[in-house]
Design a protein around this ligand. Structure first.
Ligand SMILES: Cc1cc2nc3c(=O)[nH]c(=O)nc-3n(C[C@H](O)[C@H](O)[C@H](O)COP(=O)(O)OP(=O)(O)OC[C@H]3O[C@@H](n4cnc5c(N)ncnc54)[C@H](O)[C@@H]3O)c2cc1C
Length: 532
């Protein structure tokens, strides 16, 4: 069963090994042991709904609680510490386009705000009901999860937009195909959520981000349906796919989408390499990206992330042995780990691997072909469960991301990490912060930053700490000319920084487009941008 507090299902845990606890205490201090608020207590906070009846909606309190928040750190503080104070008034489970059209009419007639709900994995506040103004219905797409059409000639598959990562790949695998979109939230996140938040899967370097995978779709808007013509490419004016991509439910509900698929690959491998420091590693990664090597992923951790990964593995003996070996080959304390993936035919993979090894060695790097890459692969959807365990231990963990051109990336990284590391200096509270480059392009890369600090005795104080760190980092990203988000979207948390990226006219064009599709603004109010 899906957890109400924290990430994932209730039967999976990722324990923090004892030596890792000592490491964390050493870096950020001994945590306070804090109690979580009981779920029953949260349910008791939910007011009775006051909505006209409708055959597809339920006002059950647990259902409303389950749809009240996503996975951003402030969502966690709300749900774990009982600060949650806005709930959808009802939850709907449509099964077809006509159910959705009916819900849109109902919402327009009774002035109800609709928030589509995919996997609930948003990390930027996309799902929070506004709490004032209109009542809210959360529209859960879970029942629209089927493969609707498979066109093997064109290598295209059409799915209901509520299909989750595992459901989608399972249905394709039966026919010998793969979409290959693997965000770390894959276990729960959905096709509709990926498209409207412009998500990026871990193997984007081979399979592509969601944008090139998205061929066409059907959006039910309050003003009527929007269909994208199913052709490989069109020069007929602006590309309307890009009005759906990133729309964050402001224009309507995506009910189905046609995606580019591929035959299952012949072989897939994940390996690692090390560089003596981040600057050298980043330079090698730039060369790898610009050589357009046929890899499926490249992920370069900085020295702190490399060390923390070692510590959290719990493999004390192995780690100590590995460090000795790495030291001997010039990979000392500032060592940075590269994980890379090969996906394709065996011959292609061998060739790509040889070319990569050449580039690694010519940048003082060292190839490590055993254990680390495969271990990363095996745990890639398990790692998010660590956040649950850390929370229970008394640590709050959050991530943020940006993308920058190569000529700015290394220095910008240092500047962003510095403001986070020093962000709680006024209360003498240390912050553990580390980063990796994870999606690369010929002209730049994305930077993914993780930070961890101690939860305070008072949850409002934990929230205040998060606000300080998030604001400092976001302002620094904007000042450096980075995007406020490479893959997580805007939601509420990134909304203040959108005008800096889009400009006044850009914001105006977006607002007009939203109002054309949703003239009475009943779709996901208050997210992405404020509409007067
Ligand atoms: C542990 C973890 C790891 C993550 N890793 C990644 C990652 O590797 N890459 C990445 O890009 N992101 C990642 N994310 C962020 C998140 O998973 C993505 O933003 C994802 O695309 C959200 O999909 P979802 O189905 O869960 O959408 P939800 O969270 O349910 O909704 C997000 C937004 O999309 C809207 N929406 C959902 N479905 C529809 C629809 N059918 N029609 C219209 N609007 C809709 C919602 O109203 C909301 O505004 C991660 C999050 C977590 C918690």
């Amino acid at each position: 069963m899906k957890r109400i507090q924290g990430w994932g299902n209730t039967s999976t845990d990722y324990p923090v090994p004892e030596p890792a606890r000592a490491y964390l205490e050493n870096v950020v201090g001994k945590p306070h042991r804090l109690k979580n608020v009981e779920i029953e207590q949260l349910i008791r906070k939910i007011p009775e709904a006051d909505l006209p009846s409708h055959p597809r909606i339920t006002t059950d309190h647990e259902e409303r609680l389950r749809h009240a928040r996503g996975q951003s750190l402030n969502d966690w503080i709300d749900m774990y510490d009982g600060l949650v104070n806005t709930f959808p008034d009802a939850v709907a489970y449509p099964q077809s386009d006509s159910d959705i059209r009916d819900l849109l009419k109902f919402a327009e007639k009774h002035q109800i705000n609709l928030i589509p709900y995919g996997g609930g994995s948003s990390v930027t506040g996309h799902l929070t009901p506004p709490g004032e103004g209109l009542p809210t219905i959360s529209v859960d797409l879970a029942k629209m999860n089927q493969l609707l059409d498979l066109n093997e000639n064109n290598l295209e598959a059409t799915f209901g937009a509520g299909v989750s990562g595992p459901q989608l790949e399972e249905q394709l695998k039966q026919h010998g195909y793969i979409l290959g979109h693997f965000p770390q939230s894959w276990e729960y996140s959905t096709l509709g959520g990926w498209i409207v938040t412009r998500s990026v899967g871990q193997q984007s370097y081979h399979y592509g981000r969601i944008e090139p995978l998205f061929v066409s779709g059907h959006l039910e808007c309050p003003a009527g349906p929007l269909d994208i013509l199913r052709v490989p490419k069109s020069a007929a004016g602006p590309d309307l796919r890009h009005i759906i991509l990133g729309s964050e439910a402001r224009m309507g509900i995506l009910t189905q989408a046609t995606m580019r698929i591929r035959p299952l690959p012949e072989a897939e491998h994940f390996y690692s390499a090390f560089f003596p420091n981040f600057e050298i590693g980043a330079e090698a990664v730039r060369k790898i990206a610009q050589a357009e090597l046929p890899l499926s992923m490249v992920r370069l951790s900085d020295a702190m992330e490399t060390e923390t990964t070692f510590q959290l593995s719990g493999e004390e003996k192995l780690v100590s042995l590995a460090k000795k070996g790495l030291n001997l080959f010039g990979q000392g304390d500032q060592r940075c780990m590269l994980i890379y993936g090969l996906t394709g035919s065996r011959a292609e993979n061998r060739l790509a691997d040889r070319r990569l090894a050449h580039l690694v060695r010519s940048h003082e790097g060292m190839m490590v072909k055993f254990y680390l890459g495969e271990a990363w692969m095996e745990k890639r959807f398990l790692t998010p469960y660590l956040r649950n365990t850390l929370w229970d231990l008394g640590y709050a963990l959050d991530t943020l991301e940006t993308a920058l051109p190569w000529d700015k990336l290394p220095e910008s990284r240092t500047a962003i990490l510095d403001v986070i590391r020093d962000g709680l200096e006024d209360e003498n509270e240390p912050v553990l912060v580390f980063s990796h480059i994870s999606h690369v392009y010929t002209n730049g890369g994305s930077l993914y930053i993780t930070y961890l600090y101690r939860r305070a005795q008072d949850p409002h104080h934990t929230l205040e700490r998060w606000q300080k760190l998030k604001t400092a980092a976001s302002q620094k990203i904007v000042e450096l000319g980075g995007t406020i988000t490479h893959q997580h979207g805007i939601g509420i948390d990134h909304k203040p920084y959108l005008p800096a990226e889009k400009g006044a006219l850009g914001m105006h064009i977006m607002e007009k487009a939203i109002l054309e599709a949703d003239p009475h603004t009943i779709m996901n109010r208050g997210k992405l941008m404020d509409i007067k």
